[in-house]
Design a protein around this ligand. Structure first.
Ligand SMILES: [Zn+2]
Length: 246
């Protein structure tokens, strides 16, 4: 794939990033990323990937837009309340970058559909609020050998890691069971969700283009209340029901 004069101009500011260049851009343009879901975290990640020129973005997210989504879901617009979130998200990505192919799937991940959602993607960003969705995506990505960026936030805090099947611990190594403290409804500042989304997008860009060092086997834990960040080493579970033996 050769870059056109339009591509060279549109992406010129990132083509100058050391180590990225035209080869990195070609890799992004030849890549497909699944983002689920596309709320405050995933929506911001998808927006950054569209801006960067990832060739194909698959958005998976069920449900209709509500007024209380709008403090964080930057791909949505007020007049879209009551309509499918996925349609508003896709429209915003296409407005930003019409060169990006956007596929919409109005579903959240389940054990039944995860393999199908993951099938066409080169990399997956998991921004799901429920551990049941996260476990389903983790199993599908480990089975298919696809990189999985796991990103989450709560109030002022965020966590991020990149799972490389066969190389790093998987989600079930990190959280063998659905954590008892987890709640479906949790406190969210849009700026914290958006920060987590940008960090996740950067993990995807690094893995797909081969620049930098992804958070493989490491979890970044950030507290925006104090702006303190630390990295925690992760370890494979010897008897992981998902990834041991792979
Ligand atoms: Zn595992």
């Amino acid at each position: 794939m050769n870059l056109t004069s339009h591509d060279l101009e549109r992406y010129s500011w990132q083509l100058d990033v050391p180590g990225f260049g035209e080869e990195g851009q070609r890799k992004l343009m030849g890549s497909t990323v699944l983002v689920t879901r596309c709320g405050g975290v995933g929506g911001t990640a998808a927006l950054e990937l569209a801006a960067a020129g990832v060739g194909h973005i698959i958005l998976a997210h069920a449900g209709a837009l509500r007024l209380d989504d709008l403090n964080r879901q930057l791909l949505m617009t007020t007049e879209h309340i009551g309509k499918p979130r996925i349609a508003s998200a896709a429209r915003r990505l296409r407005e930003l970058n019409p060169n990006v192919e956007v596929t919409t799937i109005a579903e959240n991940a389940t054990p039944e559909n995860a393999a199908r959602l993951v099938e066409k993607a080169d990399l997956v960003i998991d921004a799901a609020p429920l551990f049941s969705e996260r476990y389903a995506l983790n199993r599908a990505c480990v089975a298919a050998g696809k990189p999985l960026v796991e990103v989450a936030m709560y109030a002022m805090e965020l966590t991020l890691t990149t799972i490389l099947p066969g190389k790093t611990p998987c989600l079930e190594c990190i959280f063998p069971e659905n954590p008892a403290w987890w709640r479906r409804r949790f406190p969210v500042f849009g700026a914290v969700a958006g920060t987590a989304g940008c960090l996740a997008a950067m993990e995807a860009i690094k893995v797909l283009s081969g620049i930098g060092e992804p958070l493989a086997g490491t979890m970044l834990c950030g507290d925006l209340g104090t702006q303190s960040f630390r990295k925690v080493s992760l370890h494979k579970l010897a008897m992981c029901p998902c990834c041991s033996g792979r």
